[in-house]
Design a protein around this ligand. Structure first.
Ligand code: ZN
Length: 455
């Protein structure tokens, strides 16, 4: 038995200690109430572990059984990435830069790069970014994988990666028909073959299909495969600045009538940023009744959308505030890390939350907390993690320790986790970053960007 001590937990007053029994959480109690714990800052005493000495193989726990002293920092369930493309990651500039910056040129550039794809190429780039995710405390990741490739090279590579990282990161794979289902040769067969090979979810891209009817048909095919194979569904939906692109109403209705409901997700839905008020109002009811999730990807879509606009240029994002208010579950995703659609990124959920706050104008105190939930709890709901997520007895012992006083503080100061615990083991540690300021005429001082009166 080991302990994470002196943890600040969202929604609870005071500090708490958290038991970790193997790879599961045990009890959570006010600091000092569990046997063998000590207040923050006290030296570790030998031999006072509640369940015997820590297993050295389980991380650098001291003799006291304290795995991590959170020292009053915010302890949160890990970050969750609800939407990324790991097969395309780290390819920005290959074979050429996306000069127009549009989604469509991105697809064309990727189509050229795809011709050179090998299993090792995909696996090594995806694994590198998954290590960045783990370092940032992101321990659940949903990745789309392009299956419009007759060889399914990327899919086989990602299935292998999913197995290789499972002790640290829970990786979900979505069969993503990048170039369409009905508009690509053997599209339906490739999608079904991906389901057979073991993906977790089925995707679609209705706004990319040649006709409106093909778009609707492509969603029907995706739902049919998801239901026959017992899989989740996550479609790229209405990722275009065209107010006529209205496939999310089709997706939501198929999810409600077929019973998939919160096991279905519409990603991007950027056309919602162009819908008129009357249609938006109608859509809120359709989405709320259906129970589907929405994933907004602010980093990529702020860059990709509005490319064909003169000024004023639209934001090109889904209706985050309005859909949250209507009771729809909305999460924030990264989408792309250094690829033809978005050239930047370090796989940081806090960076996504910060940009999401600015992009969706979530500046109220409760809205900032909501933005943190959109990269933790709400994203976990998108992945359908259920009892596999959260700090509570019996659940997998996954958490992050943030050197911050609140979710607001963590987002504002972009604090990297001091510790990341996966399945009961410390997998990442980041020493606090402190800047020494030497102002002429004053003694040197350390600056950590905490407001003096908040200390
Ligand atoms: Zn995407």
């Amino acid at each position: 038995m080991k302990l994470v001590t002196n943890a600040r937990l969202a929604g609870r007053d005071g500090l708490h200690d958290i038991e970790i029994d193997g790879d599961r959480f045990g009890r959570v109690a006010p600091a000092g109430e569990l046997a063998g714990t000590q207040p923050a800052g006290a030296p570790d005493g030998p031999g006072d572990a509640p369940g015997g000495p820590a297993d050295p193989a389980d991380g650098p726990a001291g003799a006291s059984g304290v795995l991590v002293d959170a020292a009053g920092g915010l302890v949160s369930p890990p970050f969750v990435e609800p939407h990324v493309h790991l097969d395309t990651t780290l390819t920005a500039g290959e074979p050429r830069w996306n000069a127009s910056g549009s989604l469509w040129e991105g697809i064309a550039v990727w189509s050229e790069r795809k011709a050179d794809l090998t299993r090792d190429d995909v696996a090594s780039r995806a694994t590198e970014v998954l290590r960045w995710y783990a370092a940032n405390g992101v321990l659940h990741v949903r990745s789309h994988v392009d299956v419009t490739d007759p060889g399914l090279v990327a899919l086989d590579a990602m299935l292998e990666v999913r197995e290789r990282v499972k002790d640290v990161i829970g990786l979900q794979l979505v069969a993503f028909p990048q170039e369409g289902i009905c508009s690509f040769e053997n599209g339906p067969e490739l999608l079904e073959e991906a389901a057979r090979r073991g993906v977790d979810a089925v995707g679609a891209i209705p706004h990319f299909e040649d006709t409106r009817e093909d778009g609707v048909r492509s969603l029907e095919i995706a739902f049919d495969i998801a239901q026959r194979y017992g899989l989740l569904l996550d479609a790229h939906c209405d990722e275009i600045d065209d107010e006529q692109s209205r496939f999310v109403e089709v997706l939501a209705t198929l999810a409600r009538r077929g019973g998939l409901r919160d096991r279905a997700t519409a990603s991007h839905t950027t056309a919602m940023g162009s819908y008129n008020g009357a249609y938006s109002y109608k859509l809120q009811r359709i989405l709320a009744r259906s129970g589907i999730n929405l994933v907004c990807n602010p980093l990529a879509n702020l860059c990709l959308q509005g490319r064909f606009d003169a000024y004023p240029k639209r934001r090109g994002l889904t209706q985050v505030k309005e859909m949250l208010a209507a009771g729809v579950n909305v999460a924030f995703g990264h989408d792309d890390v250094m690829d033809p659609w978005f050239p930047l990124g370090t796989a940081s959920s806090l960076q996504v939350a910060l940009v999401g706050i600015a992009a969706a104008q979530l500046t109220g105190a409760a809205e900032i907390d909501e933005a943190f939930a959109m990269v933790t709890d709400r994203a976990a709901r998108v992945l359908g993690l259920g009892d596999g997520y959260g700090i509570a007895p019996g659940r997998p012992a996954n958490l992050v320790v943030l050197p911050a006083s609140s979710p607001y503080d963590a987002v504002r100061r972009q604090t990297r986790p001091s510790h990341v615990v996966a399945r009961g083991r410390i997998v990442a540690e980041t020493p606090p970053a402190v800047t020494r300021l030497t102002w002429p005429g004053r003694d040197p001082e350390d600056v950590d960007f905490v407001r003096t009166r908040d200390r």
